[in-house]
Design a binder for this molecule. Sequence first.
Ligand code: C2E
Ligand code: CA
Ligand code: CA
Length: 699
Amino acid sequence: MDGPTVRAGDSGSSSPADARPGPLSRTPFGVALWSTLLLGLPILGWCLLHLDLAAAKPEELWSLAILGALVVVGETRPLIASKTYGQSGVTPSTAFTFAILFTWGLVPAVVFHCAASLLSDLIEHKVWWKTLFNLGQYAISLSAAWLVLLAFGWQASLSGMHEISRGDLAPMAVAWIVYFLVNNGLVSLVVGLANAESFSEVFFEDFGYQVFTNVAVLSFSGIVTLVIDAGAAWIPLLLPPMIAIYATAGLALDREHQANHDSLTELPNRKLLVDQLAQTLVERVEGDLVGLFVLDLDRFKEVNDTLGHQTGDRLLQIVAQRLREAVRPEDTVARLGGDEFAVLLSAIRDEEAALEVARRIGVALAEPFNLDGMLLELEASVGVALAPIHGTDVEELLRCADIAMYIAKDERTGVETYAASRDRHSTNRLGLLGALRKGIDDGELELHYQPKVSLSTGAVTGVEALVRWRHPQRGLVFPDDFIPLAEHSGLMHRLTGYVIDTALAQAASWWSVGLQVPVAVNVSARDLHGTALAQTVAVGLARYDLPATALRLELTERVLMSESARVGDTLAALERLGVQLSLDDFGTGYSSLVLLQQMPVCEIKVDRSFVSRLSAGGDGAIVRSIIDLAHALGIEAVAEGVETEETWSRLEELGCDSAQGWYVSRPMPSIAATEWLLRHPSRRAALRVLRSSASPAGA
Ligand code: C2E
Ligand code: CA
Ligand code: CA
């Protein structure tokens, strides 16, 4: 077997690829490479000149031809899958090459082995310098083994075949050892220099495995030599054990395939992509670019949730197939997980060419998907990163492509190339956005509930659902830190959908035990564009079998002010459903009375900033006029942020209808809120008593 062939920069290497010297450079790497070529290639040339096949006897030529064929088969069909050597791994060809060496000497051994190596490297599209290095490396290693044999007085040539005898075993063994040392030594030297790793690090990496396979293959060469000695007719006996070994190795390869591929789409998985990216970066030719695309399907989750996993799976398979068809066969398409894919372009001319491919991918995915006669449309966001422009190592490129993808998603542009200038502003944000996207899917969002009570009777008049994000590292994140982010991305609909569904589920469980309080959900401007919100609400109410009065939607004044025409349709649809609206943060915007009159609003929430001034000794003129305004329009007034008894009393005097705030209760997680509601008596007197005993929770 031939031990490792050069695969500089395997995934194990931690060195940045830019430390890699070019093969033509005058660095130690270049010198080692060129020395190998300058020594090895002349040996190969000399062997070619002295390949006098006519000198061999006809029946020996048969044996030689069969062995030569086996060398080629062995070299082009790697037998043993290896963690370190990858696909170019350990080949059994060396067993036959050594048999040729022992029997007919150096010349045919070098010629056959180099021919096989050349063929296999061409099939694998190896870089030119690696292909040449492999030829030089084999010529040198085999010559070293041959010198050992010569030193023992070994005689073998095409004209005079060596006849094996008992005393030959010692020189053969020494030749094997020398071959192993020289061959692995040369490869370790060049790989080490290319990756800035020490020689011994590379040489002894996986050493036990190397020795094991070398012993297996080289000792097999002894058996092959004996068989040749016995005559060509015996050679077929070698085939059954060979086939058995191939079959077993096939199983191992299958297992390796499974570990490196996604079972649903059969595409390479993230692990294999990372390996291939690392290797591509090392093999990159000066002047060429390596392109990495990360792509995310924009509406996949909806499909999965509404049409089921089976349909989702089918869709992913079709996506995989379209991606494969959109790129060249030598490019890699991988599935990173979920609805995220990646494409690796090993050699592209310039950025424009990369964008061209990215757009082609976009077009391929924009075509509607036909699933059982149902036409589905998806959008994809593609982020493009290019080496060496945006980065030179695997992690950096993946990060850049990821960021570009989020920008594409965020700005709905379809395709974006990484740009450092935007990164500085957006890395944090986009990182958080990505985490939020995942957080919503993984159920990291939870709702806390804050009650609202009547100032006159103390009865609970409603509960407001307030979202929180239980971030695995950051802990509990409050809405002000992520709602604005979601609003400026495509995530808001998803988030609101989740909140409405969760709030309705909670309402249903309260209503079923007689706690018939309306649950209020906050919606933002984004939610009012399009028909999704009304639809979500209608579907949710039906699903949980709740009347429209069980839900209330809170929107801010600003929402009504902006784009009222577009928002109007949604509000009208909600009104038809019978869902009541509440005007949040009232007083901070500038809504006109006309607008207020037109809108189907049943409640105004006086902003906390005005309410808090009540206890600071303010005269309450603003709060009073808001309350009066509300009553004049036949709308209820609710004070937000009531923190003290003093504020409570002032609001009572001013004729405010309801109050919400820490004085009554902090927002509470679901279970605590349920307990609170169950224990809360409607009477005001009782409320006062309870207020001091009810343990503040949540928020
Ligand atoms: P908001 O709608 O004005 O919600 C009331 C906020 O005031 C909540 O903050 C609540 O915890 C806090 N609060 C309640 N009582 C008191 C009090 O006595 N004193 C003080 N200082 N604060 C009090 P939170 O939960 O951090 O929410 C902040 C904002 O985030 C909300 O303001 C709302 O606009 C938004 N938000 C919360 N949940 C959602 C949601 O599910 N969807 C959307 N679109 N927005 C949400
Ligand atoms: Ca609110
Ligand atoms: Ca508010």
